[in-house]
Ligand binder design. Structure first.
Ligand code: TXA
Ligand code: MG
Length: 354
């Protein structure tokens, strides 16, 4: 049934959907919902059976922990046995928003959520519909990105529909995700804070908050002040599209395209405007598709997974992506692109037909 076709205004329809989604979660069913980063595949974080069906549907190993989404920062104390000052500071600065905090878990938190670890990952999302769902549901919602394990994260409701079609009680459509890549994860569970996964909230803005400076103030980022990644299950295979993806420096693009075409392969390209202009003469029929990406890192992140999905088609053998700049604003984008490239190249080196 479509409430819209019955003539109800959109706001009421959304409201009705949220109520239905909250009821489905209550019954132990799974629902997909939008967040500002990517769409989440949600289950009641306090229901072991629902969490097991979430992992089954996603195809994710049970040892791989999920993030619990909460309505407000004050709920952290229900999920963590010891909320450090740093967590309150970061929550104050960045929640609701694209930041996840890893804290020591409270005794009641299920192993099915944490993969048996002693810590729990917590996020308060900013998307209005995620907030409404959390408010109606009234408890924590476990939500990994709503894609099959290791695949590209969904940034619109259609991406989720294509991957899970009829497996879900409900998919809440909140339009295109505004951030476009997954949250920054900071581990505050012991000693020094550590960035486990870079995101669009940068390391220097986190350091600025933790050292009591205003975010706008320039700050020296030392490699020892926030330690390097250690995300359990930070597999190279994450975020991988179906076909090969390779990062190429702007200066090598023309030569790379020529050699790929000479090998009889069909490449698609994701390049910056300047390269597109420079390459006009060789953007020949052998190239399946080419997409121009934004020079603004926020816009680039917003478009990234949608563009990769557009290029990832059966008639493409290889996606050549122009390597983005090395500056801090591009760190999370670099991370996702090199992970997407990583797996396929491992396969290629091993001679496995992909
Ligand atoms: O933006 C996001 O974070 C999205 C939206 C839906 O909120 N969620 C997301 O979830 O990306 P997922 O499950 O695809 O990625 C969560 C990451 C995983 O790499 C997992 O290893 C890490 O968070 N994680 C979860 N719990 C953890 C814990 N207790 N300690 C360390 N890492 C943890
Ligand atoms: Mg994911």
């Amino acid at each position: 049934m479509s409430y819209l076709s019955l003539g109800y205004p959109k706001s009421m329809v959304e409201h009705q959907f949220i109520l239905e989604a909250a009821a489905a979660l209550e019954r132990g069913e799974l629902v997909a919902f939008p967040t500002e980063t990517v769409y989440g595949l949600g289950a009641d974080a306090g229901n072991a059976e629902a969490l097991r069906s979430l992992y089954r549907l996603k195809g994710r190993p049970a040892s791989h922990p999920s993030i619990v989404h909460l309505q407000g920062a004050e709920d952290m104390e229900l999920w963590s046995s010891a909320v450090p000052d740093a967590a309150w500071l970061l929550a104050d600065a960045f929640w609701p928003g694209p930041l996840t905090l890893v804290l020591p878990k409270a005794a009641c938190v299920l192993d099915e959520l944490t993969g048996g670890q002693t810590t729990v990952a917590i996020r308060v999302p900013a998307h209005e519909l995620a907030q409404e769902l959390l408010t109606f549901f009234g408890r924590g919602i476990a939500a990994p990105s709503a894609n099959k394990f290791g695949r590209v994260s969904p940034t619109c409701a259609d991406d989720v529909r294509r991957e899970f079609s009829s497996d879900l009680a409900l998919i809440i459509d909140g339009g295109q995700c505004q951030v476009g890549i997954e949250s920054t994860i900071v581990d505050l569970s012991g000693g020094e804070p550590r960035i486990l996964r870079p995101g669009m909230i940068s390391e220097s803005s986190i350091l600025a908050v933790l050292s009591g400076k205003t975010v706008a103030e320039p700050i020296e980022v030392s490699s020892t002040s926030i330690q390097s990644p250690r995300v359990p299950g930070a597999l190279l295979s994450h975020y991988a599209p179906g076909c090969l993806l390779q990062l190429v420096e702007a200066s090598s693009l023309a030569a790379k395209i020529q050699s790929v075409l000479e090998e009889g392969k069909r490449p698609s390209l994701m390049i910056f405007p300047r390269s597109a202009e420079a390459l006009t003469s060789i953007l020949v029929p052998g190239i399946i598709k080419h997409l121009i990406c934004s020079e603004n890192p926020e816009q680039y992140a917003r478009d990234l997974y949608r563009q990769v999905r557009l290029l990832d088609s059966p008639d493409t053998d290889l996606i050549l992506v122009e390597r983005p700049p090395q500056s801090e604003a591009w760190t999370a984008i670099q991370d996702r692109l090199s992970k997407a490239a990583g797996q396929r190249f491992r396969f290629e080196q091993e001679g496995i037909d992909v």
